[in-house]
Ligand binder design. Structure first.
Ligand SMILES: [Zn+2]
Ligand SMILES: [Zn+2]
Length: 331
């Protein structure tokens, strides 16, 4: 993956204090709510999305799985699907989904500035959560009182997800203690997060158990990125996936399964995710036109985890990409 990312410098003078950061957030949120958009260009367009993990919720290795892939992953684990959004010059950091692997995977965020922010107990300027399945929010737990003990961190999620976190322990304690706050966001509308980053939350059809599900479109100074790690079927969505892929610069999408044979005894209709070959068929012409489509949220049975597999080679032959931890996408 190409990268235009500058090394993050350790400039204590320029590092935002937690108070400065919350004030900036408050102002940005208030201005956005008033429909005011800053017209001046950002200081430096150096924002990037960083892949922190690529596995489906259960992780790789998965508990009690002793397949050759899971055994190999005991030496070289693949973290659960997540992103960081990093703005090096502004020293801002966002997390997209808080996974059970959060403790280790946020170490992939480069630079001293992030570490200083973590030491000040305010590592993230915001956390974006897609939904309440285990791979996407359990990591919040280690950010609470028993762990890092974050304070006043905006969480961007659906109103249903915010209700769920506010009304169910242990998450409700983090809300009551003021560690997690919920800016008001309208689904399907653009929301200004800071002077570089905007986000749109799009409802996604996906097993609605504890909460509904959203996908995100993030827009930086130069490029935009779609993140939809979980969806039941593209055909059930109110959004045309091909249109959306053409609208953004990079699409990181649900690649949970490659083939129904990965889950013996289950009919293809019972697998509530689009199979990778089906998604490639839908998006082949967009990929041919240069749209970047990247598969993530890979089940532990999915052969595309293995870079040399025939399936991984087929994905790249057709002009698509399999997400790998550490990949950067400039925004
Ligand atoms: Zn998931
Ligand atoms: Zn899910």
């Amino acid at each position: 993956m190409g990268s235009n990312v500058a090394t993050i410098t350790n400039e204590t003078d320029g590092a935002p204090t937690p108070d400065m950061t919350s004030r900036r957030h408050f102002i940005a949120t208030a201005l956005a709510a008033a429909g005011w958009h800053r017209s001046a260009p950002p200081r430096q367009a150096d924002m990037f999305a960083l892949v922190l993990g690529t596995a489906q919720d259960g992780g790789l290795p998965q508990a009690g799985c002793y397949s050759p892939r899971c055994d190999a992953a005991r030496e070289n684990p693949r973290y659960v699907a997540s992103l960081a959004l990093v703005e090096p010059s502004a020293e801002r950091f966002y997390l997209v989904d808080a996974t059970p692997d959060l403790t280790r995977q946020i170490d992939l965020i480069p630079g001293d500035a992030f570490r200083q922010r973590a030491q000040a107990r305010r590592p993230f300027d915001g956390i974006f959560l897609t939904h309440a399945h285990i791979g996407h929010y359990l990591g919040l737990a280690v950010l609470g009182r028993e762990g890092l003990g974050i304070s006043r961190t905006p969480v961007y999620c659906s109103p249903g997800m915010a209700d769920y976190l506010s009304n169910n322990g242990p998450w409700s304690l983090m809300v009551d203690e003021g560690r997690l706050v919920f800016p008001s966001v309208q689904l399907d509308e653009w929301h200004r997060v800071d002077d570089t980053l905007s986000v749109r939350l799009i409802p996604v059809p996906h097993r609605h158990e504890f909460s509904d599900t959203v996908g995100f479109v993030f827009r930086g100074a130069n490029r935009s990125l779609l993140y939809v790690p979980d969806i039941d079927r593209w055909e059930d969505w109110h959004v045309g996936i091909e249109d959306l892929v053409r609208e953004v610069d990079i699409a990181l999408i649900d690649g949970s399964f490659y083939s129904p044979s990965e889950v013996p005894g289950r009919d293809i209709e019972d697998i509530p995710h689009p199979l990778i070959p089906h998604s490639m068929n839908l998006l082949q012409s967009a990929a041919r036109d240069g749209n970047e489509v990247v598969f993530t949220h890979l089940n532990n049975t999915n052969p595309v985890h293995d870079e040399g597999s025939a399936e991984a080679r087929e994905v790249s032959r057709r002009g698509f990409t399999v997400a790998r931890a550490g990949m950067r996408f400039p925004l």
